[in-house]
Design a protein around this ligand. Structure first.
Ligand SMILES: *Cc1c(COP(=O)(O)O)cnc(C)c1O
Length: 379
């Protein structure tokens, strides 16, 4: 059996090596390392894939979130509502810009921000909501957008984990995750569902005016060459990364299907096991399984992680400490936020390997290892 990894980027690369090497070779030959043709072409291709008017590439997903918030012209002290159950970047950039993160609890089934909790957290200072499509499950965007419209708030989707996912509205129409809010942000970190071979990110919007601001902020606040209107930053996707992404974007739907096949196999194997809650799939969300995350009840997930390691099965805890309990947010009274669902989940979740290259024998070994742990719990 091939050694199991959380994500097998090496074997994925092996399958596309000749195209990737040729595309990187072209960039090297052109020596247009920054703002080369591949960057604009990739942006256009991603626009068509997502059905969104503007894609502005940038250096990483954290920058994407930061630039989005800078482009909205938020003022220090403005409140931004976000779930605490997320990767730290979502909340970190809010604080970095001297905005106030207001943490809300998540839905116990979808693990995405609970719309009723968001509504309760709105104050006259609230300016924006940042839903996170955690693990590849799309947050419930239709009621969330309606709530935002009612209170005149911006919505920035953190789509780092759900690129390619569809959201279905109550009337049956579909939109891609990240193309629903005023701005969508994603990351092309290598292990993301659409990953490059270094750092990368992008910002999406359908709003021409916002797109112009985003482009300006991402490029030193420049309106015309060497004329700088606002304080911005320098955040670019380089041409080598864009060339890699141009090879991988047409494969994204196949990659998603491969992930979903692994998730289906896990779901079937773990169905009816009382200690395991398998990932929920709300009818409005086409889950793209960036992670396959179990909730363990009445079994110790740290013991399971240790046991699996002995069987050479990696497993990860995303995330052991929620944002509101991180030291960096102590001065916001972080721990004072009452988020029982989040606190409960952070003690119970464990993510199993899921990727595009999983072999049936690997899958079987993982499943049998989890089952044998539960059948012979440590005493
Ligand atoms: C990965 C990730 C980010 C940050 O992306 P980087 O490219 O690593 O900066 C932000 N939010 C979420 C939810 C993520 O998973």
């Amino acid at each position: 059996m091939v050694p199991i990894q959380m994500v097998d980027l090496k074997r994925q690369y092996t399958k596309i090596k000749s195209q990737v090497d040729a595309a990187i070779g072209e960039v090297l030959d052109s020596s247009a390392f920054i703002n080369g043709g591949a960057v604009q072409k990739f942006a256009g291709e991603l626009q068509s894939y997502l059905g969104v008017k503007h894609v502005i590439p940038c250096a990483n997903g954290t920058d994407a979130l930061q630039i989005a918030m800078m482009a909205l012209g938020l003022e220090p002290g403005d409140e931004v509502i976000t779930p605490s159950f997320t990767f730290i970047a979502t909340a970190e950039v809010i604080a970095l810009l001297q905005l106030k993160p207001v943490f809300v609890d998540v839905d116990p089934q979808t693990y995405c921000a609970d719309v009723a909790a968001i509504e309760k957290a709105i104050t006259p200072k609230t300016k924006a909501i940042v839903p996170v499509h955690l693990y590849g499950h799309v947050a419930d965007m239709e009621p969330l957008m309606a709530l935002a419209a009612k209170h005149n708030l911006y919505v920035i989707e953190d789509n780092a984990q759900a690129i390619g996912a569809d959201y279905t509205y109550s009337d049956g129409t579909k939109k891609k995750a990240g193309a629903i809010g005023h701005i969508g942000c994603t990351s092309f970190f290598p292990s993301k569902n659409l990953g490059c071979y270094g750092d990368g990110g992008a910002i999406f919007t359908n709003d021409d005016e916002l797109a112009a601001k985003i482009r300006m902020v991402a490029n030193h606040g420049q309106s015309a060459r060497y004329y700088h209107d606002v304080v911005g930053c320098n955040s670019r996707l380089d041409s080598v990364q864009a060339a890699v992404l141009r090879i991988k974007l047409p494969l994204l739907d196949d990659y998603i299907s491969a992930r979903r096949a692994v998730a289906d196999a896990y779901d079937a194997a773990f169905a009816g096991i009382p200690q395991i809650t398998t990932p929920h799939r709300a009818p409005y969300s086409y889950h793209v399984f960036h992670q396959y995350t179990l909730q363990l009840n009445g079994a110790d997930r740290n013991e399971l992680q240790k046991y699996l390691a002995e069987k050479e099965v990696p497993a990860m805890i995303y995330y052991p400490v929620p944002a509101h309990r991180q030291k960096m947010f102590e001065h916001f009274g972080g721990a004072a936020f009452d988020l029982p669902v989040t606190d409960n989940l952070t003690t119970k979740v464990i993510s199993l390997p899921i990727h595009t290259e999983m072999d049936p024998d690997q899958l079987e070994h993982i499943i049998q290892s989890v089952k044998s742990f539960l059948n012979n719990p440590p005493t």
